[in-house]
Design a protein around this ligand. Structure first.
Ligand code: ZN
Length: 133
């Protein structure tokens, strides 16, 4: 299969899965992606990539709803029907657990989406939205 520009570019950048998961810059993999919990930094302190142009929005939320919601319902079904827990006990365990997992996973999922956007040049114009004028 012939190499395309995108295939070549992907080899230059660090893994978007690893950099996004760690909350690091998608270009250099070293600078911090966030300046606070979910606020993306304006620029990477190491490579000066303009991170403020990211356009992930709330894109990570549907994935987390499906993953964590499905996991929570599965655990609830096991507790409720398999182990015959009372309903209040199932809610008391699964709801805080799902909330905690969501708070932990949101910055990681958003970071992965931002890094994937950068590496795949996802944008309205087909160019890298981080480097558009
Ligand atoms: Zn950087």
């Amino acid at each position: 299969m012939p190499d395309t520009d995108n295939d070549t570019d992907r080899e230059i950048y660090p893994s978007p899965w690893r950099t996004g998961w760690k909350g690091r810059c998608p270009r250099c993999g070293q600078g911090r992606l966030y300046r606070s919990f979910l606020k993306v930094a304006d620029r990477c302190a190491v490579c000066d990539l303009e991170l403020g142009r990211e356009d992930a929005g709330d894109g990570a939320v549907p994935f987390l709803i499906l993953l964590i919601g499905g996991l929570g319902v599965g655990v609830a079904m096991i507790l409720l029907f398999g182990l015959e827990w009372p309903v209040w006990g199932v809610f008391a365990l699964t709801l805080p657990l799902m909330a905690l997992l969501t708070v932990i996973a949101i910055p990681k999922a958003k970071g992965v989406l931002i890094a994937l956007q950068f590496v795949t040049r996802a944008g309205d114009t087909g160019r890298n939205s981080f480097e558009e004028e």
